[in-house]
Design a protein around this ligand. Sequence first.
Ligand code: NAD
Ligand code: TYD
Length: 370
Amino acid sequence: MEFERTIIITGGAGFIGSHVVRLFVNKYPEYKIINLDKLTYAGNLANLKDVEDKPNYQFVKADICDYESIKEIISTNNVTGIIHLAAESHVDRSIVDPFTFARTNVMGTLSLLQAAREFWEPKGWAGCRFYHISTDEVYGALELTKPEGDPDAKECGGGPFGDDFFTESTKYQPHSPYSAAKASSDHFVRAYHDTYGMPTLVTNCSNNYGPFQFPEKLIPLFINNIRHRRPLPVYGKGENVRDWLYVVDHARAIDLIFHEGKIGETYNIGGFNEWKNIDLIKVLIKTTDRLLGRPEGSDDDLITFVTDRKGHDMRYAIDSTKLKEELGWEPSLQFEEGIEKTVKWYLENQDWLDNVTSGDYMKYYEQMYK
Ligand code: NAD
Ligand code: TYD
């Protein structure tokens, strides 16, 4: 079968990557989509069962750090687009094992960039795009200047917990080994644009939630724990603020930016949806209990305050005005609707949760808490 072009999506077996692969495979039958993934503990091909038999989908098991293999895959498939999501992504793991984060996120990104350059540069970069998916965490942390929250803040142009936001020109100030490694990879991508003229794009997105997220991250971990009436480990006082976006809206933004974003640019992606952890956790308990038919308040006592994460960033808040004004993107889903869908999905997919938590993940936690 002849395809118009071939695109590699790295990390396509992970949480966000699987939503991007699904969207591209279904929306662009004229593109061949190669899901390139190493299948670490976080990668799971069960996330893509619904598209695995499509003629324009191919899975290739490979490590982005394996430069020779990546070069071979790019050239034999005549790849003209790379959407790069593969990464080690969990802050707590980065605190325990920073080397793995530097290897995958920094050296892996560099290996991909160089492999793409070797194939694309002699062709004058024609029709090529390297799109790097990054995080708002590279900007560091904002302060909590309104700890009680101000429900009317949006009307005054501010956020409920502080008036400042991360914009595309905020200076990089990463604090965790995860965000330091992501920041470094962002710099390499821009360096390839500025030095060699590679057609690159970088986006920095806020916290994602939705189906297929590995249950070490706050939302799926807590839904699963509530269901099984296990303690909910809230770091510190639960006062940290995160800006939450439904994963499908992130995938829609990636599609738009890949096709219409201006080469060499950076776009911030977020839904102006800040939540203090403890308030979000209360919504999760209420929603899960309601969907399980349990009386309201019956699981509130699962909340357990534990030692804070080292270097815990206080507040993230993304200003995505540029993306809205230049490309017309807006989130499609209200948070209440997104959370309802998400809790329902995890409750209906206990097999998926049991499957992904049965192996390495448990070993990691045994080691972390031994
Ligand atoms: P994830 O941990 O769920 O998935 C990562 C995927 O990358 C897995 O499938 C894993 O097998 C694969 N992978 C890891 N190392 C690899 C290697 N060396 N070679 C090939 N594949 C490898 O991550 P996610 O939450 O889906 O995040 C995807 C990307 O989006 C990351 O780059 C992350 O920094 C970024 N991001 C995530 C969020 C979020 O809230 N989850 C927010 C903003 C940006
Ligand atoms: P997480 O989902 O790990 O995302 P990130 O650290 O990238 O923002 O955590 C979201 C917030 O929830 C963060 O402030 C840390 C907090 N948290 C807990 O309080 N308990 C937990 O068990 C986890 C995993 C996170």
